[in-house]
Design a protein around this ligand. Structure first.
Ligand SMILES: [Zn+2]
Length: 325
């Protein structure tokens, strides 16, 4: 409270966690309540029962938790299905092969792409399969192009470090990549390392990185303000992660089709629009993951659209066959 200063026309102020809430009070309070719940889940120690199931929290250091730009994550527009997918991914309860094997009491827990045993949620962006590696590189390149576009300029050293860190898939620390940068960038990189690479791909960006962009934007007319910058970066990271999930599910559920007929992007978009009215009725339970794709989103990635089209084409052909019986 000692940092709060009332303005001349103010008779009272609402303060939460030492921060004065100036406007959008109900929105801010909703955010603070959700944040308190999330903090409790994240910072409670991990407790595994005798079956290896975690019945506790995620075991995060509170300082690390407070260094994530949660507000930016919250600003990212996502469909309900995508949000649900992300939460499951974060707490490790998505239908991975490892979880599936445990629930169904079966032995096969191999990744459908690289065939490594015990596929868990952390494997999502780290799968060494050639196709999935290529997909990851494509996403990283798209992100770099976006960061360096004239009208969306990111602080140049940070753009390079962030791109390299993402592209190298957790094989080096961000701190190491930031050694030629400013002391602020090195400190921010250290914090992002503490948050984690896997977590970055889930949209958990260090606030220290966002502050670097804010300062850059304030002194450079070409720079994108911190708020828009972080929302955009996280949107793209989540698209990259979700594309991996779609690729993985596509491989698992559509063995007969194999991976991806590379059609022209233009044709895919046209087909996607034509098929849109078919969902969700044309999609059976085995392909429910297709519902996680938000086809209305303006920033639809080429890969997401192609998975969707191929999956839906497959299902609609099944539907047509059933109808003709
Ligand atoms: Zn794999």
């Amino acid at each position: 409270m000692n940092r709060t200063r009332l303005l001349p026309y103010e008779s009272a102020a609402i303060v939460f966690n030492d921060e004065m809430i100036a406007d959008g009070m109900s929105k801010e309070l909703d955010h603070q309540i959700a944040l308190a719940d999330a903090k409790s889940l994240y910072t409670t120690p991990v407790m595994r029962n005798d079956r290896g199931v975690n019945t506790g929290g995620l075991g995060w250091d509170p300082e690390v938790f407070l260094s994530v730009d949660w507000k930016a994550r919250q600003r990212v527009r996502q469909s309900e299905m995508r949000s649900l997918w992300l939460i499951k991914q974060e707490i490790g309860i998505n239908r991975t092969r490892r979880n599936n094997a445990r629930i169904m009491n079966i032995l096969n827990d191999k990744c459908p792409n690289c065939e490594q045993h015990s596929e868990d949620s952390k494997h999502l962006n780290l799968c060494p399969d050639a196709g999935r590696s290529k997909l990851h590189r494509e996403g990283a390149t798209k992100l770099r192009r976006w960061m360096t576009k004239t009208n969306r300029k990111t602080e140049p050293t940070m753009a390079r470090v962030l791109h390299d860190f993402i592209r190298l898939r957790n094989s080096t620390s961000m701190e190491e990549l930031a050694q030629q940068g400013s002391p602020e960038l090195i400190e921010a990189a250290k914090m992002q390392d503490r948050i984690g690479w896997v977590e970055l791909m889930q949209g958990k960006l260090a606030v220290q990185l966002v502050r670097i962009q804010e300062r850059y934007s304030a002194s450079n007319n070409n720079g994108l303000d911190g708020k828009s910058w972080s929302t955009n970066i996280i949107t793209q990271l989540l698209e990259m992660s979700h594309s991996q999930w779609l690729y993985r599910n596509f491989s698992l559920h559509h063995h007969t089709l194999g991976y991806l007929h590379r059609l022209e992007e233009k044709n895919l978009r046209k087909t996607a629009r034509e098929l849109a009215p078919l969902r969700p009725e044309a999609i059976p339970a085995t392909s429910q993951y297709l519902l996680e794709i938000d086809i209305e989103a303006e920033e639809q990635t080429f890969t997401s659209v192609s998975y969707w089209v191929l999956g839906t084409s497959d299902e609609s052909s099944i539907k047509r066959k059933n109808l003709s019986k």
